[in-house]
Write a protein that binds this ligand. Structure first.
Ligand code: ADP
Length: 544
């Protein structure tokens, strides 16, 4: 017998309509790409989204087709986030930091005929030339006064495009399983792969992320996603903010510690989110300020994800700002929230050092995500916090296939997706990433976690960034090489670094060498680019 409850579809449209009705005066503040601070409200944004939808319909956009964006976190990008999926079309958020060939591949693969582009990225599109010949319309996301001279054809101005349109749009009744947003992985192996979120998966992820043990977003919050809207939907925060009516603060294209600090201070941000390099930039900037009392800011949480949060980073943020760091794990294929680290009630009386041992873990899966770890034969391994294996996840906001790649089977027999991460699961449900499977160092039949070594090295006072890669070794197969980017003005020696590691790691984990570099290569999503490091050190051999 079926239940007798209403079956309302789970649509992004319902988030937009709810925001229009209940949060219309809530603020959205952007560091504008053109300069200055732009202030608007969800009420205005939802009206402008309707105008945008009317304009897109006139440009010929129909249901099921893709529109691409190459844009920072701004109110205009938010309008695209709402208008495009709610029309029944698909927004493909392109990461502008990818290589030109990857960008032209993504634009072609998604069959986008319309691209929305921020002023910053116009030169990049110009350079793509006839590689994007199939694109029919390019909308530059600015007003008439700021329109650039450009060699691009068929260019429109965003504000002019929507200006003349009606602020009412008949949003269609959609199937909740319809595609909404397309996000490509950064393609560390082969071409980027498209993950196609549905309205339903987005809505369920949003509900989940707002719960207290997850990101805990509420109307009382001021939420500051520094993680870009071109990287897994800024971890879902634009939708979480619109659903709850929290004030939304957007950094635009100003990726400096100074801008992060100013926005946090001036707008009173309570929850800010980003990858570790963002927080290093913030800490570096505030270390140059003398008189400010950072502990009186209303910051509650810094959410750190995308790469491992080192204990030194967690401690530095918590003591500088008197706040709590929330470590989270996820990936494009998990929409992205797969686990969030909150302490349990039983941890309240632990010492700070004991709490830190828990905080560095990647966290517990929220309800809706199932996890298991398996060995190479697919056998489940115990949840004892010791055994480690391939991390497999299943849930309503986890990918089941890649866009237009039907032959690529990515789930096991039980429907779990292989994350490519190696991890442990402990009896309390905390998951710890040991490494990405391709980064782990295989030394004499045992594994060394590059993440663990990096986390310890980052605690040395002169170290700004640390990376460990495996170097081929005649006896041990691979041994760790520690690569250090020193803090500005510091010049640590190999002995300084190895002396610091001594006693903090197992003896056999000790890197066989320490080298120093002037610049750490980063991926398009701000993580250490180990592929480039392997290339730089491909002819490296350990000293005798
Ligand atoms: P990209 O490769 O484009 O950055 P993702 O953002 O999807 O793509 O990256 C997901 C991967 O990032 C995960 O599989 C994991 O290896 C790593 N990752 C994400 N969060 C964490 C974390 N908190 N600690 C360690 N690794 C993380």
């Amino acid at each position: 017998m079926l239940g007798l409850m209403q079956d309302r579809p789970l649509l992004i449209t319902s988030i937009m309509e709810y925001a229009a009705l209940y949060h219309s005066d809530c603020k959205v503040v952007t560091k504008a790409v053109e300069g200055g601070i732009h202030r608007t409200t969800y009420g205005e944004i939802t009206q402008r989204s309707a105008k945008l939808a009317n304009a897109l319909a006139k440009l010929g956009l129909t249901s099921g087709n893709c529109v691409s964006s190459m844009a920072w976190n701004t109110y205009r990008h938010l309008e695209l986030y709402l208008a495009v999926p709610c029309m029944g079309s698909i927004l493909n958020t392109v990461n502008p930091r990818l290589f030109p060939e990857q960008i032209s591949y993504i634009l072609a693969h998604s069959e986008s005929k319309i691209i929305f582009v921020d002023l910053t990225f116009v030169p990049q599109l110009e350079k793509l030339g006839d590689k994007i010949a199939k694109v029919e319309t390019i909308v530059i996301m600015t007003d008439r006064a700021n329109m650039p001279d450009t060699s691009l054809d068929n260019v429109l101005c965003y504000e002019e495009l929507i200006d003349a349109e009606d602020d009412h749009y008949d949003w269609p009744d959609l199937d909740e399983n319809m595609a909404a947003i397309l996000c490509y992985t950064s393609g560390t192996t082969g071409d980027p792969k498209g993950v196609l979120y549905s309205h339903r998966s987005t809505l369920l992820q949003t509900y989940s992320s707002c719960t207290k043990d997850s990101l805990g977003v509420s109307k009382a919050d001021v939420i500051f996603p520094i993680v870009p809207m071109f990287h897994v939907n800024a971890w879902g925060t634009p939708f979480a903010a619109a659903m709850t009516g929290s004030k939304l603060v957007l950094p635009g294209g100003d990726m400096t510690g100074e801008n992060f600090y100013n926005m946090i201070k001036q707008e009173g941000c309570t929850i800010s989110l980003g990858v570790p390099t963002i927080w290093l930039a913030l800490l570096q900037y505030v270390s140059t300020l003398e008189d400010d009392d950072f502990t009186s800011l209303p910051i509650e949480n810094f959410v750190v994800g995308g790469s491992a949060a080192a204990p030194s980073l967690i401690e530095n943020l918590e003591t500088t700002f008197d706040c709590s760091v929330v470590h989270a794990w996820g990936m494009t294929e998990t929409s992205p929230l797969g686990s969030v680290n909150r302490l349990l009630a039983k941890h309240a009386d632990l010492s700070d050092a004991e709490k830190m041992e828990i905080k560095v873990k990647q966290g517990r899966p929220p309800f809706g995500i199932e996890m298991k770890i398996v060995d190479d034969e697919g056998n489940q391994l115990p949840r004892d916090g010791i055994a480690f294996g391939r991390l497999m996840v299943r849930g309503s906001w986890v990918a089941k296939a890649y866009f237009k790649q039907p032959d690529l089977h990515i789930l096991d027999d039980e429907g779990y997706f292989d994350t490519g991460d190696v991890s442990t699961l402990d009896p309390d449900g905390y998951m710890t990433i040991v490494d990405r499977s391709k980064d782990v160092i295989k030394s004499g039949g045992e594994w060394i976690s590059s993440i663990d070594l990096e986390n310890v090295a980052l605690g040395q006072a002169q170290v700004a960034e640390a990376a460990v890669i495996g170097i081929a070794h005649p006896k041990w197969q691979e041994r760790p090489l520690l690569i250090i980017l020193p803090k500005p003005g510091e010049s640590p020696t190999k002995d300084d670094i190895l002396g610091y590691l001594d006693g903090k790691i197992a003896k056999w984990w000790t890197p066989d060498d320490v080298v120093f570099i002037d610049e750490m290569p980063h991926t398009a999503t701000g993580k250490t680019q180990k592929r480039d490091l392997r290339e730089i050190f491909k002819n490296y051999t350990f000293p005798e």
